[in-house]
Design a binder for this molecule. Structure first.
Ligand code: NAI
Ligand code: CS2
Length: 505
């Protein structure tokens, strides 16, 4: 049986091991289940979330729903998983302890840059009934403020010039759909599982915008034939660190370079709109609904908005990990007030969700010390995250003439972070598609003679980045004033002292 693991050997080498009681193994015949899903973006989150739900369905009732993973960028995960027949370990950690389970839903991984035709072939096959994605917010080649296609994105320019050898997810999806239309084939469902607002609808609009550039008739076919259901996805899945691999080896007796770790909590809310079937995810804990919006807005604003706030302010204060930030009493109080006083009032809670209970549940999840979730990881790609995490909330608060102090301090924290130097004089390696733009704004706002930053220039410069802030926020005098005030404090006093100043008001 391929699902065996061996003591002090790599997972998948197939030698009968000494059974490890704490390791939940595969309980179904993987070879009896054909591939039915092609997943673009075979990263940690997919392997700890959608693939686990799908693995549970296969264990429950079988079916041709195995997953062909695709990396559109690099060979790392392919090299980790293909030598172990797609098998990997999920390590679930919380205060109740640690659980280990093998996940068998993934059949293999393809690396698109090495063989784009193999990826297209898998997406075009009639057996492919779902194309799903977790390619990060920046993978959509869109303007984060408007959700519209960035037609000047290098990958889009490449794909329009070489449509049969695409680089972008949009390029792969549209070329595959074109071939399926030409073959008079069935239309798959395209299932976005990224943290985007109205993620399915946003992706559909981007796909149609791109398809219009190639063939309006194709765009019409996609518009009428291909479902793009919205989803809300939630599980905290930090990037795997070398320590995690070592700890797994000590616990289970084998090396698994493709392992992933996650909190025990997991939630998946899916719009039930599929063209040619889906796994029975509702039988294994997912929630199928007609309207995902209330769930998605609550999660993106309450969890992700607060995550981003603590990532920037916590990193600046010198905290490497999320649990350390919420372990600081000042930061804990600030984050709880941010959720209760400024975010929750903008929401209509999904049926059955008490937003105050949700607030405390989120803070408890953030406090999980086992995850070792780095503030630096959450801080990346902020230009692609802020619009749906903090700026939508800000706009609603301004429209309601309600207070924006905590939101302003959080956004000031992001500006201070992307200025790319920390509070101890070190550099911050800002990971963001617009990092160079931010660097230029910061340097243009620096007064060498006085050895200080002109804060008005900083604020005006950052608010002029329309891909993040759109066009109207820079006109809002209240927001500009409060952003200027808190950015001034962060530059003069640092994040920890600024937090004390905030709480003492
Ligand atoms: P990861 O870094 O493990 O994987 C990212 C995947 O996206 C990789 O396969 C990478 O090749 C691909 N990718 C990156 N840039 C791309 C681009 N420009 N075009 C195409 N593919 C690209 O990250 P992880 O943890 O899997 O998260 C991925 C996404 O999943 C997040 O950005 C978020 O939208 C969503 N998510 C993540 C959660 C988490 O806790 N990690 C929880 C909820 C949602
Ligand atoms: C995090 C999310 O890295 C980040 O930006 O805020 O990945 C977060 O862990 C998930 O959305 C939780 O569901």
């Amino acid at each position: 049986m391929e699902n065996k693991v061996t003591q002090s050997q790599r997972l998948g080498e197939g030698v009968a091991p000494a059974p490890n009681a704490s390791l939940q193994s595969i309980s179904y015949n993987r070879d009896a289940c054909a591939v039915g899903i092609v997943h673009l973006g075979i990263g940690a989150f997919h392997r700890a979330h959608q693939a686990v739900y799908t693995d549970d369905v296969l264990a429950l009732s079988g079916g041709d729903w195995r997953i062909l993973g695709v990396s559109l960028r690099s060979a790392g995960v392919r090299d980790q998983l293909n030598t172990q027949q797609g098998l990997y370990t999920l390590v679930e950690m919380d205060k109740a302890g640690t659980q280990y389970r093998l996940v068998g839903a993934i059949s293999e991984v393809l690396v698109a840059p090495e063989n784009p035709q193999a990826v297209l072939g898998a997406m075009v096959a009639e057996s492919c009934r779902i194309v799903s994605l977790t390619i990060t917010e920046k993978g959509y080649c869109h303007d984060p403020a408007t959700g519209r296609l960035n037609k000047q994105h290098p990958d889009i320019l490449h794909d329009l010039a070489q449509p049969d050898a695409p680089k972008s997810a949009l390029g792969f999806i549209v070329e595959a759909l074109r071939r399926r239309m030409q073959n008079n084939g069935s239309a798959p469902t395209v299932l976005c599982c990224d943290n985007l607002p109205s993620n399915g609808a946003t992706l559909k609009q981007l796909v149609i915008e791109y398809a219009c550039e190639r063939d309006p008739a194709l765009a019409d076919w996609i518009d009428t034939q291909v479902p793009f259901p919205n989803t809300m996805v939630d599980r905290i899945v930090p990037a795997t660190r070398p320590d995690d691999i070592e700890q797994l080896q000590k616990a289970c007796g084998y090396q698994d370079l493709g392992m992933v770790k996650a909190e025990r909590f997991s939630q998946w809310v899916i719009e039930d709109d599929f063209a040619c079937g889906r796994p029975e995810w509702d039988k294994v804990g997912a929630t199928l609904v007609t309207d995902v919006e209330p769930y998605e807005l609550a999660k993106l604003r309450m969890l992700n908005g607060t995550h981003s706030a603590l990532a920037y302010l916590g990193f600046l204060a010198g905290y490497e990990y999320v649990h350390e930030v919420v372990g600081n009493r000042d930061f804990y109080r600030f984050l709880r007030q941010l959720m209760v006083e400024e975010i929750a009032p903008t929401l209509v809670a999904p049926q059955g969700l008490d937003l105050t209970v949700y607030t405390d549940d989120l803070l408890e999840r953030f406090a999980n010390p086992s995850l070792m979730h780095r503030t630096y990881q959450i801080a990346m790609d902020g230009s692609q995250k802020l619009p749906q995490r903090l700026l939508g909330t800000l706009r609603d608060r301004l429209a309601a003439d309600e207070g924006i102090e905590r939101l302003s301090l959080a956004i000031a924290g992001w500006i201070r972070y992307v200025m790319a130097f920390d509070e101890r004089g070190g550099d911050i390696a800002v990971q963001d598609p617009l990092a160079e733009v931010f660097q230029r704004i910061a340097s243009d706002s620096y007064d060498a003679q006085d050895n200080m930053y002109r804060i008005d220039d900083l604020v005006n410069g950052f608010l002029s980045v329309v891909e993040v802030f759109g066009t109207e926020l820079r006109q809002n005098s209240q927001f500009k004033a409060r952003l200027t005030y808190w950015l001034g404090h962060l530059l003069a006093n640092g994040a920890a002292t600024t937090m004390k100043i905030f709480l003492s008001r």
